[in-house]
Design a protein around this ligand. Structure first.
Ligand code: C5P
Length: 303
């Protein structure tokens, strides 16, 4: 049974506050891409790995692959699964304008595996055991598998709602008493009007929370996401067809399981891991740095 792990790594580092692409930002002296490759290789589930890198970073990604290979060859880490590190084929391709395009570019280079896992480079510290769990679930017959964690925050759905707000942003300005406000947006004058003893106002959309979502039934979805290869290819083909027909109106997708679900396929959940955090904001880097250093201290020989 052959398994390809696709690593979308072509995103920008903007939210992280970095100029280089996120996959090339370092944690504990190594790039997020290198950490991701370590975890995949150590898990031993992959026969092939395809990395989708930003256009001008393809050679740098290849250099990262070479560095990771040297470390495994030098005995810094060991494959714990059925595929030994030296037997894994690792390919770098140019990613696309969005995540879906990057996955498509990688899929095109993936050959003909039975199973495909898609793993965001941004979840660089994902423990190898999560790759095992996802792969085992696909092997046992699930067409689509995602690692999940429970929702810890209270969550609400936000809607924009037109309101009249003071024109002056000064914090000292008192909000207009409800009785003074126009009844509906339909009554709004073209230009701000004066109310006696009240500040001038302007119409604006504010966020209003609606709907009591049941936190107990919600899940945070992580990667790696695992699929029967044919199912993932079908999901991407169906999305591409939607984009061709609807253009901008096509429903965007932030992950592959979302695309597969639209085919009517059941997406099965397995336990995720808090250490698979998606490194997105500067605070995530602080946490990731801590986790990586702790791991280095407790397993000095590991990659
Ligand atoms: O942007 P976001 O954080 O959702 O990206 C998730 C993953 O998708 C990241 O690993 C990022 O590198 C990857 N990505 C990509 N190609 C893009 C945009 C994002 O491979 N064009």
């Amino acid at each position: 049974m052959s398994t390809c792990v696709i690593v979308p790594a072509a995103g920008s580092g903007t939210r992280l506050g970095h100029t280089e692409p996120k996959a090339f930002v370092q944690v504990d002296g190594r790039t997020l891409l290198a950490h991701s490759l370590d975890a995949i290789i150590t898990s031993g589930v992959a026969t092939t790995i395809v990395v989708a890198a930003p256009e001008v970073f393809v050679s740098l990604a290849e250099a990262e692959v070479a560095e990771v290979r040297r470390r495994f060859a030098g005995g810094a880490g060991s494959g714990k699964g059925r595929v030994p590190p030296e037997a894994i084929e690792i390919i770098v391709v140019q990613g696309g304008a969005d995540r879906v395009e990057s996955v498509e570019a990688a899929l095109a280079a993936a050959g003909d595996p039975d199973t495909v896992l898609v793993h965001d480079a941004a979840r660089a510290l994902t423990p190898p055991s999560v790759f095992d769990r996802v792969t085992a679930a696909v092997s046992s017959g699930a067409e689509a598998v995602v690692p999940v964690l429970p929702m810890i925050d209270t969550v609400r759905r936000a809607e924009e709602s037109p309101r009249w707000i003071p024109l002056d942003n000064d914090a000292d300005v008192e909000p207009v008493p409800p009785g003074e406000q126009p009844d509906s947006p339909g009554e709004q004058p073209d230009s701000p009007r004066e109310y006696p003893d009240t500040p001038r106002e302007q119409p604006a959309d504010v966020e209003v929370l609606r709907g009591d979502l049941d936190r107990g039934s919600l899940r945070r979805v992580q990667t790696p996401q695992g699929f029967a290869a044919e199912t993932l290819r079908r999901a991407h083909a169906s999305y591409r067809a939607e984009v061709r027909t609807l253009g901008e109106a096509a429903r965007a997708a932030t992950d592959d399981a979302g695309l597969v679900e639209r085919l009517g396929v059941d997406v099965v959940a397995v336990p995720g891991d808090e250490e698979s955090l998606k490194i997105t904001y500067p605070l995530d880097l602080v946490l990731a740095e801590h986790i990586a250093r702790e791991r280095g201290r407790s397993h000095p020989d590991s990659v």
